[in-house]
Design a protein around this ligand. Sequence first.
Ligand SMILES: Nc1ncnc2c1ncn2[C@@H]1O[C@H](COP(=O)(O)OP(=O)(O)OP(=O)(O)O)[C@@H](O)[C@H]1O
Ligand SMILES: [Mg+2]
Length: 285
Amino acid sequence: MSTTEPTAAQRPVVLQLTDVHVRLSGSHILQGVDLTVRRGGVTALLGRNGAGKTTTVKSVLGLVPAAGTIELTDAAGRVHRLTGRRTHEVVRLGVGYAPEDREVFGGLTVAENLALAERRGSAHHPDRVYELFPELQQRSRQLAGTLSGGQQQMVAIGRLLLNDNQVLLVDEPTKGLAPLLVTEVAEVLARAAEEVTVLLVEQNLSVVRRMAIDAAVVDNGRVVWTGSASELLADADRTRELLGVATSAPLDESRSHSSSGAEGRTREDLPARRSRSAPAPEVGG
Ligand SMILES: Nc1ncnc2c1ncn2[C@@H]1O[C@H](COP(=O)(O)OP(=O)(O)OP(=O)(O)O)[C@@H](O)[C@H]1O
Ligand SMILES: [Mg+2]
């Protein structure tokens, strides 16, 4: 995928964070985040546990109170300041969000889950969702709670493709999934990224390697590295320094399989997540 993508400099900016600060419960969590997401493809947001990745994503959505400047540039080139807006306004401007926990309605069918996600004032594309994910069409009457983790992630991402969005913020979609499902979800994301720009928080570096064009590394509430994802992952010393992990040789990049063929795929997860019971974030706006 990366070989045919235009270089970063050719792609217009869709999301720009400048000197973003977030304070939660008296802690200075984001300490001046500068982040640029360019239109088309996947930008990976990387960093160790607790670095501030989720908080960065939440700052865009107005789910945490943020100081600084966050701007969305739509496809027509109009710039919208997001800072200080309420979450529903940010969503209406075309920012789709798939949170860390998929939050699919298990007691509703696939079709009902999708119908619930239709946003008023936006064109709806149920056909696009079913075209991209034929599995969902076959299972449209199945209760979402009986789907596999990978299929539930398809519903979560399908919901975002239902409406016209400028950018999707997807937070750790492969977290806690078995290797086979990681492959399935990566496939889903790659398909989604052909339709809309994605900012992807991801700890599984084989997933990053497979689809990300650009990468940004967060550490201690700041972006400490930005550049080409493949360049970062090819530099073992830098990856170890920034992420605390060693990368192995590139994995099989074959995209021909979707729900099988994960055998032999190595996970390159960052060190085990420490358990943490973070208090619910304050809703800003
Ligand atoms: N509501 C909150 N109140 C106080 N501190 C918080 C709150 N939410 C998060 N934090 C702290 O802010 C820091 C960044 O958290 P964040 O969830 O953004 O990290 P992350 O990079 O997404 O980590 P992970 O990889 O574990 O998901 C952590 O130290 C976390 O404990
Ligand atoms: Mg997180």
